[in-house]
Design a binder for this molecule. Structure first.
Ligand code: OFO
Length: 165
C-alpha cells in the first residue's frame, strides 16, 4: 500500500492535472472568443484529456488504499496576449508537469514502491508526447508566419494537433 509521503505526492500530481485541465479550458474559451475556432476545439478536447489524467490518479490512489482529494483550483488566467502566447504557455506548463512526474517516479524508485513506479510509466510516455505536441505547435507559428493570412492557417493546423497523440 501507499506510504503517506507517496500518497501526498500523488495528490499533488492530481492538483497539477486539475490545473492543466482548468488552464486549457480557460485557453479554449479565450480562443473561441477571438475566433480561433480550431485551436479552441483542440483545447476543449485537451482540457478533457487532462481531466482524464486526473481521474487515472484518483482511481489509482483509492484502489491502493489511499484517499484521492479533489483539488481546489484558483488563480486561473483568463486573458492572453496572443494565440502564440497561449501555446508558449502550454509548452512551459507541460515541462513543469514532466518535471513533477519525474520527481514522483524518482521518489517511487528510491523508496522501492515499484507498483506506483509501474503505474507512472504511462504518464512518463504521455508527457513525452505532450511536450512534442507543444513544440510542434510553436514550429507551426514559425513555419507559416503570423503575417497576412498566417494566423488563419496556423489556427487550422493547430486544430489538427491531436493527430500527433
Ligand atoms: Fe498535459 O498531460 Fe497531463 O498534465
Amino acid at each position: 500500500s501507499l506510504t503517506e509521503e507517496t500518497e501526498k505526492m500523488l495528490n499533488q500530481q492530481i492538483v497539477m492535472e486539475g490545473k492543466s485541465s482548468a488552464y486549457y479550458l480557460s485557453m479554449a474559451s479565450w480562443c473561441e472568443t477571438k475566433g480561433y475556432i480550431n485551436s479552441s476545439k483542440f483545447l476543449y478536447e485537451h482540457a478533457t484529456e487532462e481531466r482524464d489524467h486526473m481521474l487515472k490518479l484518483f482511481s489509482y490512489i483509492n484502489e491502493a488504499g489511499g484517499h484521492a482529494l479533489q483539488p481546489a483550483i484558483s488563480e486561473i488566467r483568463h486573458d492572453f496576449n496572443s494565440l502564440r502566447e497561449v501555446f508558449e504557455l502550454i509548452l512551459e506548463h507541460e515541462i513543469k508537469v514532466t518535471q513533477s512526474i519525474h520527481s514522483l517516479v524518482d521518489h517511487c524508485f528510491s523508496t522501492k514502491d515499484f507498483t506506483t513506479f509501474n503505474f507512472l510509466q504511462w504518464f512518463v510516455t504521455e508527457q513525452r508526447e505532450e511536450e512534442t505536441m507543444a513544440r510542434r505547435a510553436l514550429e507551426i507559428f514559425d513555419i507559416i508566419g503570423e503575417d497576412g493570412m498566417g494566423l488563419w492557417y496556423i489556427d487550422i493546423e493547430l486544430g489538427k494537433l491531436h493527430g500527433l497523440d
